[in-house]
Write a protein of this length. Structure first.
Length: 190
């Protein structure tokens, strides 16, 4: 196994090791439960004091993403659709569709947004991640048009405004995955 290239990579590796160790320790207590309801568009859950709306705007971070809106509280629980001050892993997603989901989410008018990663945020964080994802999509298109190889992808700068975010090591891998996926899809259509 290769030594970490820098302190950030070493720290990230240690973090992943802690995650995997806790999963292994907790695995015997888990019970697999298959879903008994699928949310196509939305599902309203009415309680005595408030209602929650479970929304699905399609796939962005993954093939199908749901999140929760508490309209009376001006709150959205975004889960992995929002990373605040943290580079997202985009390898399983579609950056363009994801950015559009964040735009629609911003239209809900929430003052507070609970992310899947990073500190609690607000509407500005939705806009920041949407801009990041659009910049990433543009970088992928430029890489495809210019025939950029994997080594070059790993040297490309992160989108403007995200230079100080945590998890910078995720960016090159996300680019590589997206470029490879697009190339594979292009070769299948010929």
């Amino acid at each position: 196994m290769a030594e970490p290239a820098n302190e950030e990579e070493r720290s990230a590796n240690e973090g992943w090791l802690r995650v995997f160790q806790s999963q292994r320790e907790g695995l015997p207590r888990f019970r697999r439960t298959l879903p008994n309801r699928i949310v196509e568009d939305d599902l309203i859950v009415a309680g005595e004091g408030r209602s929650a709306v479970i929304l699905n705007y399609g796939g962005g971070h993954t093939q199908s993403d749901t999140f929760v809106h508490l309209p009376d509280d001006h709150l959205v629980i975004a889960g992995d659709l929002l990373f605040v001050k943290h580079h997202p892993w985009v390898g399983h997603g579609d950056p363009g569709a994801w950015a559009a989901i964040l735009d629609r989410m911003a239209g809900l008018g929430a003052a507070t947004v609970v992310p899947g990663h990073g500190p609690v945020g607000g509407p500005g964080d939705l806009a920041a991640l949407a801009a990041y994802l659009r910049a990433m999509a543009a970088t992928v298109e430029q890489a495809l048009a210019g025939g950029v190889d994997g080594k070059t992808l790993s040297t490309l700068p992160v989108p403007a405004g995200s230079e100080e975010w945590e998890g910078r090591y995720l960016y090159p891998g996300s680019l590589e995955y997206l470029v490879a996926r697009r190339r594979a899809a292009g070769s299948q259509t010929r």
